[in-house]
Design a binder for this molecule. Structure first.
Ligand SMILES: [Zn+2]
Ligand SMILES: [Zn+2]
Ligand SMILES: [Zn+2]
Length: 369
């Protein structure tokens, strides 16, 4: 039914082992989990492909295309990276990570849209302020991750920031950093915390105990090693953007009761470890990372915002004489697994009832050869 990966299982398989309606999921979570469990199974119908080289026939089941599905990331990622390649600027790029303290985890579950929106806004307000202090309009691409290594709730924002920007005269400046990590992370942490809490208050969260707790501890803004060059930025984005809480290759074994998966313990220098959870606990944790409907998890700001991209960014790139490589129209053609040369052409579609019988007769005869 489902293409199994080389490791021991998939999130979809674990979902199919539990009784979804018996858990405490919201309607949206349950709907999402069900969609994932149907991915690439006969429930979604499929198509028959023929190779234009060797004539081999193959049957494929349709994907769910849900953004939380570990099996459905590849295609969107390619497209997304191609677009980002068009927007590169001639400067170093920095990577800043803004993390929320665990005191906010309760709100991350009960009011996730509000909390995550505030995270985006406070991170940008912080970076923008540090840029403005130097008389520069910055830009950033921010990517929300809500998970830690073992599927726990650990909301953080990966921000990719060009180390250049536009000065007050509207001119490009390629170097604005004040230290190795663009700006001082300690100073950024304090500003980030203040901006986040102010914005939370303004949205009606007035729980004084919580606010006191938030101010009583240090918040973490982490400056990662800067990127080698534009090419490594794109590579990095490719790895990090269209990610989900856990990829199937980390799943080692699924039984009727439990799932065993690998993770890295960052408290122990990224040591590789394994964890076993009951199927219901595993899916409960996975569901913490299902974002609210239509919540945008990758956002663009400043000189990389959509309003800039409607012309100003392109003008800037042409002023700077940046060569933009034409986007190749993406090829949807898949290669034949049999001869490895021919392209697969879809010759028929089918619904839940599976491939038509007369086709199966031909298919079985040709695969028996
Ligand atoms: Zn899918
Ligand atoms: Zn992350
Ligand atoms: Zn072929």
């Amino acid at each position: 039914m489902e293409k199994r990966n080389k490791s021991g299982g998939s999130v979809a398989e674990v979902i199919r082992k539990i009784n979804l309606s018996a858990q405490n999921f919201t309607v949206h979570q349950e709907k999402t989990l069900r969609a994932l469990s149907y991915c690439r199974t006969s429930a979604l119908g499929g198509h028959i492909d023929a190779c234009d080289g060797c004539g081999n026939l193959s049957i494929s089941y349709n994907s769910c295309r849900n953004r939380h599905c570990p099996q459905c990331q590849g295609h969107k990622r390619e497209e997304w990276i191609q677009k980002r390649e068009q927007e590169l600027l001639p400067c170093s790029y920095y990577h800043v990570v803004f993390t929320l303290p665990e005191e906010l985890n309760v709100l991350a579950i009960s009011q996730s849209a509000l909390l995550y929106k505030t995270l985006f806004e406070a991170a940008w307000a912080t970076l923008n302020k540090f840029g403005k202090n130097k008389g520069i309009q910055l830009g950033m691409i921010a990517i929300l991750h809500t998970w830690g290594q073992n599927l726990s709730l650990h909301p953080h924002l990966h921000c990719i920031v060009p180390g250049g920007g536009i000065n007050k005269q509207g001119k490009w400046r390629a170097k604005i950093k004040s230290n190795k990590y663009l700006f001082c992370v300690k100073a950024m942490s304090v500003v980030f915390r203040a901006k986040f809490v102010a914005s939370l208050r303004a949205s009606g969260i007035k729980d004084q105990d919580l606010i006191d707790q938030l101010f009583s501890k240090k918040w973490v803004v982490y400056g990662k090693r800067p990127f080698g060059g534009p090419k490594s930025v794109i590579e990095y984005l490719g790895r990090y953007t269209h990610k989900v809480a856990i990829s199937n290759h980390r799943i080692k074994e699924v039984t009727d009761k439990e799932v065993r998966f690998g993770y890295k313990d960052y408290r122990k220098e990224g040591q590789k470890k394994e964890m076993t959870l009951s199927n219901t606990e595993f899916i409960r944790r996975f569901s913490l990372h299902i974002l609210p409907r239509r919540f945008v998890r990758i956002r663009h700001y400043g000189i990389l915002s959509s309003s800039w991209k409607r012309g100003k960014l392109q003008d800037l790139q042409s002023d700077l004489k940046i060569q933009i490589t034409e986007v190749k129209p993406k090829t949807l053609l898949k290669k034949c697994r049999c001869c490895k040369e021919g392209n697969l052409i879809t010759i028929a579609l089918f619904g839940q009832r599976g491939p038509p019988e007369d086709f199966l007769a031909v298919f079985n005869a040709s695969s028996a050869k």
